[in-house]
Design a protein around this ligand. Structure first.
Ligand code: 4AD
Ligand code: MG
Length: 478
């Protein structure tokens, strides 16, 4: 084409300073045509803002223009000029147009009109070409970048923990098995003939390995995919999701809470400062959807207000027992009761309870500590009351639990007796126990579900819409 550099649509202001022609490539979102001129809205995914391309019909073959439809990919050489229109400050006057790939309007599913999120989920192979998913995936990227930034600036080391594992970190037993054996035939010999010679699963959490690293490197974080085979067909659960797990030697539960609060505020503030265009698009779209809903189902705060709600409030910190009393004595709705009753100390809180505490009672993000040991994992540090452990959950509006973490049991004897109580094989976890035998120190950590955070920041109601290719029970397409 004779022009070396391709400009991105987002770099339009820089391109406008060039005195000669520039090259732009992308997909047509929309075409409008009159007798003498055609206008194309072109987008290459670099920004929510489309580039308006102006084509003088007297200067191009009409055959070519007819081949251009919504979805067509093209490269255009032309000059950036100030636009007369209200919707954009610059536009591209096309001098040469190269069609890269046509998109038949009869069969291309993404015609310019409103599509439901369910429909778009069924065409996940194409949904990156929509405004909404462009905005979501750019924000997802910004959050990932900000996570590495945050930990790097604090001197944390990023370590990779294994995806294939022979231990069950959470002890919940909801794991995907990995095998090279022919599953049609019965698995004999206790997996002796299998690839690893033992039973192996996809990891549910990198925590146990992150602990090993922290007990030598002090402050580390692992950030990887995790897999849970729980049959939770909800708007907050995925079978494959990404988790950020910092693990810190010499941190107690309070240091752990401080870090979690600081990190969440940093990440949300980062998106407010760096994703303005995408956030205001999503905020407006949410507002439009809300208008179709009954009053009670509408958001009480708009998207920006919800993000500021996190940045500007000191998170409320309270013990499980205190939260239990509040919930037991609360009147959550007209019927004055929760779907899951709060009657017995020791129950696990459900999303409706978590949201009530955040949205109705405290009106700020909440951190609950000191949960009953019965409902938490074996590795959490046992409190002196013998009933609770130094666990913490961070609760947010809409998504409920966004972080789960704890101070870890660093005392060899206490850890061993808890493992015995819970039937966790000490033979299998001998290496974990050894870190408590040799040079043990207090340490803590937590796990942040990336998709829960992206869900909160983008305001998407279904977690399947914040990961490019969601996996959930009965759904592993693309
Ligand atoms: O509370 P969880 O299960 O904690 C752990 O896995 C610990 N090992 C973390 C640690 O201390 N290092 O999960 C942590 C977070 C949850 O708070 C939630 O945000 C997210 O991971 N999460 C899920 N996100 C999407 N789909 C699922 N099925 C999820 N399960 C947990
Ligand atoms: Mg949890």
């Amino acid at each position: 084409m004779g022009i070396e550099k391709r400009y991105k649509v987002i770099d339009i202001v820089e391109a406008s300073k060039k005195s000669n022609d520039i090259l732009i490539s992308g997909w047509v979102r929309n075409k409008r045509q009159s007798k003498n001129v055609a206008f194309l809205s072109v987008n290459d995914g670099s920004t929510i803002k489309n580039l308006q391309v102006v084509i003088d019909l007297s200067k191009v073959e009409i055959d070519l223009i007819e081949k251009i439809n919504t979805g067509t990919s093209l490269s255009i050489i032309g000059k950036i000029v100030k636009s007369q229109g209200r919707d954009q400050s610059f536009e591209l006057i096309a001098h040469k147009i190269y069609i890269l790939g046509v998109a038949d309007p009869e069969s291309y599913p993404l015609q310019p009109k409103k599509h439901s999120f369910e429909f778009l989920r069924d065409i996940s192979h194409l949904r990156s070409r929509t405004n909404t998913f462009g905005a979501i995936f750019r924000i997802r990227h910004a959050i990932i970048y900000a996570i590495h930034n945050f930990f790097n600036s604090k001197g944390f080391l990023n370590i990779h923990t294994p995806i294939l594992t022979s231990s069950d970190a959470e002890g919940a037993g909801e794991m995907f098995k990995v095998t090279t054996l022919d599953i049609e035939k019965k698995i004999k010999n206790n997996y002796k003939d299998d690839f690893f010679g033992k039973e192996v699963n996809l990891t549910v959490s990198g925590q146990l390995n992150a602990e090993l690293a922290a007990l030598g490197l002090s402050e580390v974080y692992t950030f990887g995919p995790t897999f849970r085979a729980e049959n939770s067909n909800t708007s907050r659960h995925l079978a494959e999701f990404w988790m950020i797990e910092p693990e810190m030697a010499f941190y107690d539960i309070k240091d752990n809470m401080d870090l979690a609060e600081e990190m969440l505020k940093y990440l949300v503030k980062y998106t407010l400062d760096n994703c303005k265009d995408d956030l205001s698009f999503l905020e407006k779209a949410e507002g439009d959807r809300d208008k179709q809903k009954p009053m009670l189902e509408r958001q009480s705060l708009n998207l920006t207000e919800r993000l500021k709600f996190v940045c500007n409030n000191t998170f409320e910190r309270l013990k499980y027992s205190e939260a239990f009393e509040i919930l037991k004595n609360s009147k959550p709705n007209k019927k004055n009761k929760f779907d899951f009753p709060v009657n017995e100390w020791g129950i696990d809180f459900q999303s409706e309870h978590e949201r009530y505490l955040v949205e109705k009672h405290f009106k700020k993000p909440v951190i609950i500590v000191d949960y009953p040991k019965k409902i938490k994992a074996f590795y959490m540090r046992q409190n002196d009351d013998n009933k609770t452990v130094a666990a913490m959950d961070v609760l947010f509006p809409i998504v409920g639990e966004i972080i789960g973490g704890s101070q870890r049991e660093e005392r060899y004897d206490k850890l061993l007796s808890r493992m015995k109580e819970m039937n966790i094989s000490e033979k299998q976890l001998w290496w974990y126990l050894e870190t408590r035998k040799f040079g043990t120190v207090i340490h803590s950590g937590f796990g942040l579900g990336l998709e829960r955070l992206v869900q909160f920041v983008t305001g998407m109601t279904n977690i399947r819409d914040v990961i490019p290719f969601p996996r959930s029970p009965g759904n592993c397409k693309f």
